[in-house]
Design a binder for this molecule. Structure first.
Ligand SMILES: [Zn+2]
Length: 113
């Protein structure tokens, strides 16, 4: 599939985590992968302090495009979700994932003996 400015789901070829992938501009664009975990202000600041770029995902007509959070974009509140650039091995849950308990069979049937 040809890479365009339209954001789409794409697994990372290295760690196989799902990412949001798109070109970050119409000219002189960079192939960009984002971790699909939206950041709040504090998390975005933390990402910026570690040198990790952040992007807004912007709805445009029937698709989405991404825009880098430069100092002009960070300064204004555009109301779009913000995502960090992907880092392998992708998103790691903060804690153990819950293991669903098997449901007990609910039956009113009596054995045939
Ligand atoms: Zn990866």
């Amino acid at each position: 599939m040809r890479l365009t400015t339209r954001a789409r789901w794409d697994p990372c070829p290295n760690c196989h985590a799902w990412t949001i992938r798109a070109l970050d501009d119409h000219t002189a664009a960079i192939d960009t992968r984002l971790d699909p975990a939206p950041l709040d202000t504090l998390a975005e600041l933390s990402a910026a302090l570690t040198g990790r770029r952040t992007y807004e995902v912007i709805p445009i007509a029937a698709h989405h495009e991404i825009a880098e959070r430069t100092h002009w974009r960070i300064n204004g509140n555009h109301g779009h979700p913000v995502f960090p650039i992907h880092q392998c091995p992708g998103i790691i849950p903060a804690g153990p994932l819950p293991i669903p308990r098997p449901r007990k069979a609910r039956t009113n049937e009596r054995p045939p003996f």
